[in-house]
Design a binder for this molecule. Structure first.
Ligand code: SDX
Length: 429
């Protein structure tokens, strides 16, 4: 039996179909609303609007649930590696050993970056933010790796996917080395994905980088936790730009630009900058809590709050444990972790944060973990982007494979001037 929603307008009743998801979520299908009733709906932040039906990621903001293709993120963080989780998101199922080996070999084969791309990196100003460089370089990949007409569309997509997953990691490490004026370290065929990245970042001709398995595990957990998050701002950007049938590199470049924002992926860098300011302020967090609560102050407590989670972000819980583990293993003490813990404790007891359902989100502890691994502050959001790549790719693939695919073109409510005549310049005020 199909459920319907009834709306009454000007004395007329209209019925709209209700669709139900596999987890019981319900939506009113308004896709024919304007055609049948002549009205549009209005939802500027899309807080009550679904832009698609998706089988990739399920999250429940009230219960703090996050699953990739049905598997709880807690289980993937504990048992999986980032490459395996990327395979799961993109292909829908966990790989067999044979499939995983073949995927890893492909990632290795595509891990080098065209030598001519180095000239691009070398001509960016030293002050350029790595996210701006990354979005430009990803878009430039199409120029260096043009489509091969002889390939089928599926072959073209598969090779583009592995190029992105492998080369974005290499490009991130390369840009770091170039801007430090150090020798670029090439990927090694004997190292798995995360260890290869750390080696490309920190190995040097005068000091061999020693792979620490706990740091490799922490980096895999970090990237697994970031791998997808249903229709967040950057994923919605990838779907919207991708709906115009641009190539995948261009759609991903748009996602990187959206993620750069401090309200989105840029928050991990902003959190550590905020914790640093509190540290410089003698550890006194009170002024920051007061500013966050002041309606006349645009300051937000970075790393807190979420459009969907109205309880603790399950990823923040796992990230916090990973911080404890890595810092404990390194027998290192980071004052930022103490300040973060204290800030969380105070905020979670404060009526303002309780009433607004503001809890730590993924970005609150992620920066502390990246500091422990040795990642420089201005590369924190690049690390988020590398993690989110399989999510963006899987969401883009799902949208172009959707039989109901359409170019995304929202409507609006016009509130500008009514019709008026052109006034010759000599008659203007
Ligand atoms: C990510 O969407 C995703 O899934 C994103 C993400 C992913 O994996 O892709 O999870 C990653 O982007 C996490 C969020 C990282 N951003 C930050 O940590 C920045 C700080 N947080 C906020 O700016 C805010 O909470 C947002 C942007 C995350 C969510 O904003 P919303 O849902 O649009 O909520 P809002 O801005 O309308 O705020 C609602 C109320 C307001 O107060 P009132 O005017 O109703 O009284 O809550 C207040 C806000 O002032 N509020 C905060 C706050 N966040 C919301 N007040 C103080 N500090 C904050 N952090």
């Amino acid at each position: 039996m199909q459920h319907t929603a009834k709306i009454m307008i000007d004395g007329k009743t209209f019925e709209l179909p209700i669709i139900t998801g596999s987890e019981g979520e319900k939506a009113i299908d308004i896709s024919r609303l304007r055609q049948e009733i002549g009205l549009v709906t209005y939802d500027p932040g899309f807080a009550s609007t679904a832009n698609c039906q998706s089988s990739i990621t399920f999250l429940d903001g009230e219960r703090g649930i996050l699953r990739y293709r049905g598997i709880p993120v807690e289980q993937l963080a504990e048992h999986s590696r980032f490459v395996e989780t990327a395979y799961l998101l993109i292909n829908g199922e966990l790989p067999t050993q044979k499939e995983l080996t073949r995927f890893s070999v492909l990632l290795n084969d595509h891990s080098l970056v065209h030598e001519d791309m180095r000239a691009f990196f070398e001509h960016f100003p030293r002050s350029a933010h790595p996210m701006g460089i990354l979005s430009s370089m990803v878009n430039a990949l199409r120029a260096f790796y043009p489509e091969i007409p002889e390939r089928t569309e599926e072959e073209e997509i598969n090779i583009t996917v592995t190029r992105l997953l492998s080369k974005v990691r290499t490009m991130a490490a390369m840009s770091y080395k170039i801007f430090r004026g150090h020798k670029v370290i090439y990927p090694r065929e004997d190292l798995p994905y995360a260890a290869n990245f750390l080696n490309m970042m920190f190995d040097s001709p005068v000091r061999r980088y020693v792979i620490d398995k706990d740091l490799v595990k922490a980096l895999n957990v970090f990237w697994i936790l970031h791998a997808d998050h249903e229709q967040n701002c950057s994923t919605a950007a990838v779907r919207l730009v991708g709906s115009a049938k641009v190539n995948l590199y261009a759609a991903i470049s748009a996602g990187i630009c959206a993620l750069w924002g401090p309200l989105h992926g840029g928050a991990n860098q902003a959190v550590v900058e905020m914790l640093g300011q509190i540290h410089e302020n003698g550890g006194d967090w009170a002024p920051f809590i007061a500013r966050a609560k002041d309606k006349n102050d645009p300051f937000r407590l970075m790393g807190f709050g979420h459009r969907v989670y109205k309880t603790y972000d399950p990823r923040a819980r796992i990230m916090k444990k990973a911080c404890d583990k890595v810092l404990g293993k390194l027998t290192r003490h980071d004052p930022m972790l103490d300040i973060a813990r204290r800030l969380e404790e105070v905020a979670l007891k404060d009526p303002y944060f309780i009433d607004h359902h503001l809890y730590p989100n993924i970005d609150f502890y992620s920066g502390v973990l990246l500091r422990a691994i040795g990642i420089p502050l201005n590369m924190f959001t690049v690390m988020f982007a590398i993690g989110r790549l399989p999510g963006w790719i899987s969401q883009w693939k799902e949208s172009i494979e959707d039989p109901n695919w359409k170019i995304q073109r929202p409507r609006q409510i016009y509130i500008g001037p009514n019709e008026r005549d052109y006034v010759p310049i000599e008659e203007r005020g």
